[in-house]
Design a binder for this molecule. Structure first.
Ligand SMILES: Nc1ncnc2c1ncn2[C@@H]1O[C@H](COP(=O)(O)OP(=O)(O)OP(=O)(O)O)[C@@H](O)[C@H]1O
Length: 630
């Protein structure tokens, strides 16, 4: 049938609208907002511990900057106190009796103190900004690298646990907030010191002023903390959606998937999806806006009422002669100073509290990740002559049946073993168990008799080379893409040897900067390889490691016949000195193996050489017949 463009677009217009993004009803252990039933006083009580934590982190990173920051805060506070006391003194002299010149002369020393303390306060402020400028980048980097390291170091099985990615997303917010953490803390502390100093002066003028002032600012404090709580609640509700949106953003915009997106006409849907999800997130935020408005309105009204009361009280005290005019003038300055400092305490206290929520998420995630870091034992695997699997069972979290179900198997040095089986039969999971990426739920995996559950994983992985089905295309230079994870050599000969082994020399030489070329098309000066070339590079990476256990999971799925032939020749030539495992759906490739293992539903159902299995009438023979039926 011939379809014109108009037909096609008409048909498109008639189709029902695409489905919106799936609703995520996350109901795991971590789905409960930890602040759901936390009281206001409890929240305020958190501040000292937050300050303590920030100080500890800052002290550990840069003692001099941390000490400078603390000293500057103390100087600022002391300068404010002395400055205010001097102001009171000057006021009394200026508003007292006598000639103007005498009064000025009398007030001069106090005025000099006011000026000097103001200058000292400014100097301390500038120095503390400098200390903050030193500390903040270090703290942010420390939090950021700490988070990346924690995620990289957990047991692989942790990735499959309930809500791991969502909690990681929440922890990322902690890293972002680290950026403002020191500043919030510094402003909070300096405002607190200024407030204490000013309120001390105020209390000496008249006892009633301070309680009234506190009442004027307290509602704003409650309001700011409650608003922060609403904001965090929204953040918490949106965390899963934000996580999915973040992933989709990368998938939709990375050039690596650009062909698939365009040629399959997915752009419109992806944009619709992205917008729908963003609107859903916004809807929740907008629904919370009236709550925030009410909180702000009520707290401002209450604060305003008490502030009017404060000024009225001051006016009454002055007009009834209960305090002198000079004292009243000082009180005006002190009230203004205390009010400004109190407001800063409230605003920065709320900001600090807000930050603490995200820092707590970050810390909870880091603690959790530390608990999920490998704790296997000290056993060192020196070399590997045989690997024995003893009734090994592994079940992914949330699955109702094991992916590997009671596998027993022995692999010996010098042997090439092929693992075949239908999709989902458990081949890749078995490889993860053999290498100790996952630890068996039941049974044991023994390398030279050492149980992987008690062996130091780094000594195990120092002996393995793995080409996974989905290999990484690292945005690094060609050389680092081959040597990744290996100590650097003084020259490139071993790198070229690995490149030659997969027939990539010509392709690498043709790159703009040869072995130095950055393999990232997105970056200026970067270059891109074809799919098969990338796969050859992934193979060279494993070969370069000269591993005692070489595992190749569908290593030639994207390669041309020459590349595939070359890889299998290389596998054969190096086989005598290692254990080699090849997973393949190209059954002809399994001819290279000394032994073929057939997997079905997580179990080994057949074993033997190619010719034996081809005639055995089992699954292998069935799959072989299907492969030939073209
Ligand atoms: N990370 C994971 N989390 C949860 N389940 C998983 C995970 N990886 C695999 N599975 C499940 O385990 C079973 C075995 O998967 P596995 O990847 O080991 O099969 P395979 O034989 O390698 O398949 P294929 O030939 O498609 O690569 C499948 O049912 C799969 O859905």
């Amino acid at each position: 049938m011939h379809v014109t463009m108009t037909d096609a677009s008409a048909a498109y217009e008639e189709t029902p609208p695409p489905p919106p993004p799936a609703e995520i009803h996350y109901s795991g252990e971590y789905s409960i907002n930890p602040l759901g039933d936390v009281s206001f006083t409890h929240m305020c009580a958190r501040l000292p511990s937050v300050l303590h934590r920030i100080c500890r982190m800052a002290w550990a990173l840069d003692r001099r900057a941390a000490a400078l920051l603390v000293v500057c805060q103390l100087v600022t506070g002391a300068a404010a106190a002395v400055g205010l006391a001097a102001t009171a003194h000057a006021m009394q002299s200026l508003l007292g009796a006598g000639a103007v010149s005498d009064r000025l002369h009398h007030a001069l020393p106090a005025l000099l103190v006011v000026t000097s303390t103001a200058a000292l306060g400014r100097l301390a402020g500038a120095l503390s900004s400098y200390a903050d400028g030193r500390l903040t980048p270090q703290l942010t980097t420390c939090a950021d690298t700490g988070l990346v390291e924690a995620v990289c170091r957990v047991e692989s099985a942790a990735y499959a646990t309930d809500g791991f990615a969502d909690r990681q997303e929440a922890a990322e917010m902690g890293v972002i907030r680290t950026h403002v953490m020191v500043n919030d803390a510094q402003r909070f502390v300096s405002a607190l010191i200024r407030m204490v100093a000013a309120s001390g002066v105020l209390s000496t003028l008249h006892w009633a002023m301070l309680p009234l002032l506190i009442l004027a600012v307290l509602p704003a404090g409650v309001g700011a903390v409650l608003s922060a709580r609403v904001d965090y609640e929204m953040h918490y509700t949106n965390v899963s959606d934000r996580n999915v949106r973040h992933m989709m953003r990368w998938w939709a915009t990375t050039p690596k998937h650009g062909d698939e997106v365009r040629a399959n006409g997915m752009t419109g849907y992806l944009l619709f999806w992205y917008r729908s999800l963003s609107e859903r997130i916004d809807r929740r935020l907008l629904a919370a806006a009236p709550r925030t408005l009410w909180i702000t309105l009520l707290s401002s009204t209450a604060g305003g009422f008490f502030l009017i009361l404060t000024w009225a009280a001051l006016a009454w005290l002055t007009t009834t002669g209960r305090i002198e005019l000079a004292v009243a003038a000082t009180a005006v300055v002190a009230v203004q100073t205390t009010l400004a400092a109190l407001s800063q305490v409230v605003i920065n206290g709320a900001a600090l509290f807000h930050t603490s929520l995200y820092l707590t998420d970050m810390q909870t995630f880091l603690d959790d990740a530390a608990r999920q870091a490998p704790q296997r034992g000290e056993l060192t695997v020196a070399s590997v002559n045989d690997i024995r699997l003893d009734g090994v069972v592994y079940q992914y979290p949330g699955k109702d049946r094991p992916a590997v179900d009671g596998v027993s198997l022995t692999l010996r040095r010098g042997e090439i073993v092929a693992i075949v089986g239908e999709n989902g039969s458990g081949k890749s999971t078995l490889l993860r168990l053999i290498t100790g990426i996952y630890l068996a739920d039941k049974g044991r995996v023994l390398w030279n008799g050492s149980d992987l559950a008690t062996a130091d994983q780094d000594t195990v992985w120092a002996r393995t080379g793995l080409v996974p089905q989905l290999f990484a295309q690292w945005p690094l230079r060609v050389r680092e893409n081959v040597t990744l994870g290996q100590p650097r050599t003084h020259h490139d000969d071993p790198v070229w040897e690995a490149i030659d082994a997969v027939g990539m020399r010509e392709a690498v030489d043709a790159l703009p900067s040869g072995i130095e070329t950055l393999l990232a098309r997105e970056v200026f000066g970067g270059a891109e390889l074809s799919g098969g070339q990338w796969q050859r590079l992934a193979c060279s990476r494993a070969i370069y490691r000269k591993p005692e256990l070489l595992i190749l999971d569908e290593p030639t799925s994207q390669m041309d016949a020459r590349g595939e032939h070359q890889i299998f020749e290389k596998i054969k030539s190096g086989a005598s000195d290692r254990i080699t495992i090849v997973v393949t759906h190209q059954l002809e490739n399994s001819k290279v193996a000394d032994r073929i293992i057939v997997m079905e539903h997580g179990r080994i159902t057949e074993q033997g050489r190619y010719d034996e299995l081809a005639d055995a009438g089992g699954l292998f023979a069935d799959l072989l017949a299907l492969a030939k039926d073209r």
